[in-house]
Ligand binder design. Structure first.
Ligand code: NAD
Length: 324
C-alpha cells in the first residue's frame, strides 16, 4: 500500500520511511531539502532510502499548492499520509520567523487540503511537539493540559497545526492523529539539536553552552521508540467524532541536560568545555511526557534509556564524521 510521507529527507522521516519500506509499503517521499542544516545529511538519508525499490521521491516545497495537489491527485490510491515536514527548532525564529508560519501553518494547510481530496484516505498522522505545553509546570505533561501559553514561535505554529487539523476532522471527517514528539535523538539525527551540537563541540574541543548550569530537564526519546509509536498509531485510525486525537510520544523519563553531557563525554572519551548561560525565554525548564494514552492505544512502550541511546548515536556520529 502507498504511504505519502512529507519530510522524508528529515531525521524522523528517514527512519519512519525505512520502517515502512521494511514492512513492504510503497513510500512516496516529499521534501524540499532546504539548507536549514547540512543538506548532505538530508541527501545521504535519501540515498539510503533510494536503495529500496518501493521508494519514490519528489523534491518539492509543501507550500507549493499546485505541486502538492497534483502529486496527491496522481497518488489518489494512497490510504495513509504521514506529515512530518516542518521548520523545526526553536532558535531559528530569530533568523527567519516567517519560515515557521510558511511551512508549519500554510504548508500544514496545503497538506490538509490535498489529503481531504484523497477518496481512499484512512488516516493522516502529523507531527506536533511537546513544545505546545509551553509555560506549563504540572508534570508529567498530559494531553488534556492547557496548551495556550507557547513560549516560542515554533510552539505557536505547531499548536496552530493541531487546531487546523481539528477543524478539518470536524468539517470534512478527515481522520487524523497528531503526535507530540518529545526531544527525539539517535543515529542520522539533527545537527541543530543539543545532543548533536554538543557531540561536535566535545570532539572539536570548543565550548558548549549549558543553560542554567545544565539543570534544564528533557524527556529524551530514542528514534527507534518513536518509529514504533508512529507506525503503531498509523495502523489505528481514530473512529470518534470528530475522528481525531492528539497523543504524547515520549520516553516518560525527565533527565537533566547535564546527564546528557556526561553520557556524551563517556561515549566520546573526552571532557566537554562548558560555558554556562541563563536560559533563553524560548526554552522551557522541563519536559516530561505522560504516555498512558499512546500506550493504551498503540501498545507504545519506550524501551531505550538515554544511557543506551547516546552510545548508539555516538557510534553513528563517529562513522558519519569519519572519526576513529
Ligand atoms: N526531532 C525532534 O526532537 C522533534 C520534536 C518535536 C517535534 N518534531 C517534529 O517532528 C517533525 C520531524 O522533525 P525532524 O526532527 O525529523 O526534523 P527535520 O528538520 O530533520 O525534518 C523535517 C524535514 O522537513 C523538510 N521541510 C521543511 N520545510 C519544508 C517545506 N516547506 N517543504 C518540504 N519539506 C520541508 C526539511 O527539509 C526536513 O528534511 C517536524 O514536524 C518537527 O517539528 C521533532
Amino acid at each position: 500500500m502507498t504511504v505519502l510521507l512529507t519530510g522524508a529527507a528529515g531525521f524522523i522521516g528517514h527512519h519512519v520511511a525505512r520502517a515502512l519500506l521494511a514492512r513492504g509499503e510503497r513510500v512516496v517521499g516529499i521534501d524540499d531539502c532546504n539548507p536549514y542544516y547540512d543538506v548532505r545529511l538530508k541527501e545521504a538519508r535519501l540515498g539510503l532510502l533510494a536503495r529500496a525499490p518501493g521508494f519514490v521521491f519528489h523534491r518539492l516545497d509543501i507550500t507549493d499548492r499546485e505541486a502538492v495537489l497534483s502529486l496527491f491527485e496522481a497518488e489518489r490510491a494512497a490510504r495513509t499520509v504521514v506529515h512530518l515536514a516542518a521548520q523545526a527548532g526553536v532558535r531559528y525564529a530569530l533568523v527567519d520567523p516567517y519560515s515557521y508560519a510558511e511551512t508549519n501553518v500554510a504548508g500544514h494547510l496545503v497538506i490538509l487540503e490535498a489529503a481531504r481530496r484523497l477518496k481512499e484516505l484512512r488516516h493522516l498522522v502529523y507531527a506536533s511537539s511537546s513544545s505546545v505545553y509551553g509555560a506549563n509546570t504540572e508534570l508529567p505533561f498530559a494531553e488534556g493540559d492547557r496548551v495556550d501559553r507557547p513560549v516560542s514561535l515554533y510552539a505557536a505554529t505547531k499548536r496552530a497545526g493541531e487546531l487546523m487539523s481539528y477543524a478539518y476532522a470536524h468539517q470534512f471527517g478527515l481522520p487524523q492523529t497528531g503526535l507530540r514528539f518529545f526531544t527525539v535523538y539517535g543515529p542520522w539525527g539533527r545537527p541543530d539539536m543539543a545532543y548533536y551540537s554538543f557531540a561536535r563541540a566535545i570532539v572539536e574541543r570548543t565550548p558548549i553552552t549549558l543553560y542554567d548550569e545544565g539543570r534544564l530537564r528533557r524527556d529524551f526519546t530514542y528514534i527507534d521508540d518513536i518509529v514504533a509509536g508512529v507506525l503503531g498509531c498509523l495502523d489505528r485510525p481514530p473512529d470518534g467524532v470528530p475522528p481525531q486525537r492528539v497523543l504524547n510520544i515520549g520516553n516518560h523519563r525527565s533527565e537533566e541536560v547535564a546527564t546528557l553531557v556526561e553520557l556524551l563525554e563517556e561515549a566520546l572519551g573526552r571532557r566537554a568545555v562548558i560555558r554556562c548561560a541563563p536560559r533563553p525565554a524560548s526554552e522551557v525548564v522541563e519536559t516530561f511526557a505522560a504516555v498512558d494514552a499512546i500506550g493504551k492505544l498503540a501498545g507504545f512502550r519506550p524501551a531505550t534509556p538515554l544511557a543506551e541511546g547516546i552510545p548508539r548515536f555516538v557510534a553513528w556520529f563517529r562513522r558519519w564524521h569519519g572519526l576513529a
